[in-house]
Design a protein around this ligand. Structure first.
Ligand code: ZN
Length: 154
């Protein structure tokens, strides 16, 4: 287990599509553990593999109600709409207003290849959308309708 460096906005790996995971092996296990370690170290709500430079369809989410490991995730249903602040660990200190579905149903495999379905509302729905977008090379900035001014804390 290790904390990996988070790739920042401007790096081209963040704009590329990730490959489907086909091998559920030790490397995948290590990647998922490292993503969680890096996420918890950074205090974010989710982290996708391309954000640590690994071009595979893997992401982790934890908004405080427990960990979700998402391998080959696919959003299968959306409902409603929410508009609120969103940020990204690859774009530190920047927050913008983004409209997302209020409810999202997602299917994903775990590290063993088992399929699961999860339902998320509000922040969890937002995190599922944000992380799945990363795997297609899409960043939240493209969806921002208005940037939020954040006071410089240092
Ligand atoms: Zn992000």
């Amino acid at each position: 287990m290790a904390i990996r460096n988070i790739v920042k906005h401007g790096d081209e790996v963040l704009t590329k599509k990730c490959r489907v995971v086909e091998k559920f092996d030790d490397r995948l296990n290590t990647l998922i553990e490292d993503l969680f370690d890096t996420l918890y170290d950074s205090g974010g709500a989710g982290l996708a593999a391309p954000q640590v430079g690994v071009m595979r369809r893997v992401a982790v989410v934890d908004i405080g109600d427990g960990p979700y490991e998402l391998v080959n995730p696919e959003i299968i249903a959306v409902e409603g709409e929410q508009t609120g602040a969103e940020g990204c660990l690859s774009y530190p200190g920047k927050f913008g207003i983004v409209t997302r579905p209020m409810k999202v149903k997602i299917k994903a495999q775990d590290r063993h290849g088992e399929w699961h379905e999860y339902e998320g509302e509000e922040l969890l729905a937002r995190a599922f959308c944000h992380e799945t977008d990363h795997l297609d090379g899409n960043m939240f900035m493209d969806l921002v309708t208005e940037w939020i001014e954040v006071e410089d804390e240092d």
